[in-house]
Structure formats: C-alpha cells, structure tokens
Design a binder for this molecule. Sequence first.
Ligand code: AGP
Length: 612
Amino acid sequence: MCGIVGYTGSREAVEVLIGGLKKLEYRGYDSAGIALQKNGKLIVSKAAGSVADLEKTLEDRFSNTQAGIGHTRWATHGRPTDQNAHPHSSMSGDIVIVHNGIIENHRSLREWLSGEKGYSFRSETDTEVLAHLVEDNYDGDLLEAVRKAVAFVEGSYALVAASSHEPERLVCVRKDSPLIIGIGDNENFIASDIPALLSHTRKTCILEDGEFASVTAEKVDFYNEEGCPLEKEIFEVNWDITAAEKGGYDHFMLKEIMEQPMAVRETLRQRIDVKKRRVDLTELDSLKNELAGLEKIYIVACGTAYHAGLIGKAVIEKLAGIPVEVDVASEFRYRNPIFAANQLAIVISQSGETADTLAALRLARSKGVKVLAITNVVGSTVSREADQVFFTWAGPEIAVASTKAYLTQLVALYLLAIHMGESRGYIKPGLGSELIEGLQNLPGQLKALLSEDNISKIKTYCDHLVTWKNAFFLGRNLDFPVAMEGALKLKEISYIHAEACAAGELKHGPLALIVEGLPVIVLATQKAVLEKVLSNIQEVNARGGAVFAITGEGFEDIDRQVENVFYLPPVNDIIAPILSVVPTQLIAYYTALAGGSSIDKPRNLAKSVTVE
Ligand code: AGP
C-alpha cells in the first residue's frame, strides 16, 4: 500500500522525508515523490522506481527547507509513472497533496472539474481531483479548504495537503486509511505508518475516521468533521522497528490475515451499484462482446491462485452457465488445449510475474483468445500483456504464503460470475442481489471471525497438530478447493505434509492412513452434502482421527460427533469459501508458530516465481 510522510520543523525537511520514505519501503511501492516549501513556492520532484531513484533527481534547490510532504505509491488508478506519482499539484501549483486510498467518484469529479471548472489534469490518477478540489475551495485557510474538498469525495483517504501561502502548515484528514501524527519538540510529523516516525519520536496521535489535523512546528490542532476542536490522547509507541513494520504483529503473514476485512472491502469498492443491487464492472466493457457470446472459459494459474480458479469454475458454472476448465499453468501449455472462437482465458496471479502463468497468457493470446487477468500488481507483466485486467487491490502482500491476495481473488471471481450471470440472464432471479448482499457483509464477518476467542480455539488444536508429520483436509463440493488451499498453506509454512482429499474419495484409498490422533481438518459448509460429510467424519472418528470441523451456523449436528468445531457466521453456501478458508490460514500460521519454522520466508520458496 502507499506510504505517506510529512514534516514541519527546523530540520532539513528533505532528509526527514527521504528517511521516512525509506522506512516505508518494506511495504512495497512503485514510485515516490516529495514536495517542499521553498521561498513562498512549492517545489516537487517525483520518480517512477525507488526512493533511491527519487534521491537522484533532487538537486541543491531541495535543501534548506523546513516543511514538506512525501509519498511512496503502489499503483492502483494509472500506471507507475513519474506523472502518476504523488505529490499531485493543483493547476496553479499553490496546493500539493499526497493521498492513500481510492476516490470512488473520481470520474464524475474529474469531468466536472475539467469541464465546468476548467482545471486541466496531468495524471491518470483518482487522487489528482483532490488537489484541484482543495485549490477550488481555498480562501486563505488550508484546513477549511481540505474540509470542504473532502465533502465532495466518496471513497477512502489518508490525505495530507500543503499550501504555498501557509509555508509552515500541513493539514491532514483520514477515512478508512491510517494516518498518524508524530509529536516532536518544536517539530511535528505525519505518517501513514509508525516505522516512518520511530527514529524521531515515540509520541503519537492516531487520527480516527473523519478527523482532521492542522500541523505546524509549534502545535498540532485536531478537529472533527464539523470543524469543532478535539482533544486527542497521546500514545507512546514501545515497538521496535521490526515490530512496527509488521504493525505490531509477529509476522507479515498474520498482519495480512488480519488485513483481510479491509482488503475485501477494497476489492468490492466501486464494483457494486448499491442502489440497483447489481455488480457494476464497467471496467470490463472492452470485453463486452466476448463476454456476451462466451461458450467456454479457461482459468489458468499456479498454487494458491489455482485454488481460487477452482472455486471460480464452480461459481461461474453455477451462476453464469458457462463451462469452465481450470488448469495448472505449468501443465496448460504442454497439453495442447483446444482453442476456438467464443472462448476467454482468465489468468490469476497475485504477483503478475509468475513465469508459467505468463506463458499460458501468451499462448492463449497467440491463438486469438482474449485474456482477462486477475492480479494484485498494477504494472506487472501479466497486467501489461493481458487484454483486460481486474485488479484485486489487496495492497502489497509480503509473506510468501498468500492469504489476503487469495481472498480478494475469490471476491473478484464471484463478482465476475454474478456479472456474467446477470448480463446473460442466467442467474436465478433474486440470487444475484442475495449474493451481492452476502459479499457486502464479508468485511464485517471476517472481522468477527478473526476474534480472540476463535483464535484461541484454533491454537489449542494446533498444539496437537504440530506434534504430527501428516494431516488431512477433507471437503466436498465447494469445500474441496478450500481443503486444497488449507493443505497447501499448512505444507508451505509448517513443513507438515498435508493432503487434501475429496471427502467421498476417502474410502477409495486414503482411509488406510487414518490412525489414532491423526489430524483431519474437515470443511463442512455445504448443506446439500452435509449428511454425506457427516458420514465421512464418522469414518474418521471410527479410526480415532482427531477432527477439526469448520462449519456454518445451523449445522450444529456436527457437535455431537466432533469435539473441535469452528462455526462461521451465517452465510450463503455459495459464498462460504471466502470465509471458511480463514480458519485454515490460522491453522497453518499457529501450527508453524508452535513448530518454530520461518513463517514469512519458508525454506525453498519465493514470493514471485519468475522461472519455469
Ligand atoms: C501461495 O501461498 C504460494 N506461495 C504460491 O502457491 C503462489 O500462489 C503461486 O506461486 C502463484 O503466485 P502468483 O499468484 O503470484 O502467480
């Protein structure tokens, strides 16, 4: 995700800003920029690439300044280029802003500002509207201008603004994106994350949604949405830098698991027409003709993304009635798939750089089949070469074991399936809006699911699991791909061998391995096959297997057969895989933790697999 720093005080501002941006590099970004107050003007420098690349652009005129703002950008709207990097300036250059988040109504604001208001735009970003809005509302008081500007805006933002008319002052505001004020001695700081502040101060104030701060070297004043002054508590940070980078969590993987409610919200943002209760994927308009006449879809991906593809197949076939084949990318190109007109290939890749997935994309395109990419990384090779891209906007994922990226790939596939089902008139009346409501409930349900109580239930089971060298994951129907993903995650980080088995296949062989105490994680969220899964649980129980069941509310019959039951919040069976995978991520994490393995960087594995 993007990073923000701001400084006002008597030190060399450029050094504080560059130092702060470097502390945020671990989060991943693709361009950087700073703006400084100099002799009544704002001077700006921006560069695609790293903070080191930005540093090379900074001539002498960037020194001897005492206030400014800086940003590292993780591209969402618009490619990672110099122009799209932040800070963005207003047309006169008197206002500069940096922004984290997404402005949902940026298209209509851009039209209005460039038409009626006569502002010209220099970037492709959603953010630039904010610079013009602040300028348009500026009447000598930056706080008032920012307050008026954000009233026009829908979406999420952590925003810091500076005006050349008020050289020592920075103004900031947040909604759904973190922003922290660092309190110093005759100097003050702003940052999106604590690591950027730690070498200067441990005294911080955390802005809440809808709160504004006016920051000068001498003082920080806080205000609410109505502009009334607020008293804020100072919070003393006692994390070291490593803990701060992980947001206080022990590992990036756990941090990313906990970020899932927010990640899912970002994937859904702007893709649902709330009034009409319809999925709105205007971003796929260029594929309109292909989508209308589709007779077959290939989904191609690797590892965790392949598991997302398996769920995608089930929901696309169910909701849109289009036959789907799912392939592991490393096999796809060697099996001579039969390409024909009226086909679409969907490639799924978190990193957008996986060599096998890229080869599959190129093969499909070379045969005249259009490719839709589902990826998390703007500017990645997959995103550049695909005919159309569906960005998941999960924010950077640092742990090798994919969690939030996977969940957002699922959300993307559900949105796509509902969209295709609706536009082809295939989906059952009412089901589309029921599922849309279900998707909108997910962020809240995910938050509830990640409660302390639930986690302690999982930890107890993991203390048993870690003493074993093997485990099984069972599921039927939509639960089977979730079982596959759960098994992969456990293998990756705990080094315990785990096998996913379609529960009905147990008696065709794997049952021979079930012995007293063997950990067996059973996914049981699909009503239509619940009785059958209960029989499979009995088969395991009869041989003494230690079952951990993940199930839905209303499936309490399981209680009578299983000691360890994890209940999901009420959810439509079709959407259940988006929730049910989360306890399996936690099982993998806490088992690896109990076993002492290297969680974020498991042995032999890499985050981005760019070789065949
Ligand atoms: C996920 O936990 C794995 N590290 C791995 O299976 C990964 O999903 C796979 O390598 C595909 O990566 P991609 O999504 O970046 O293409």
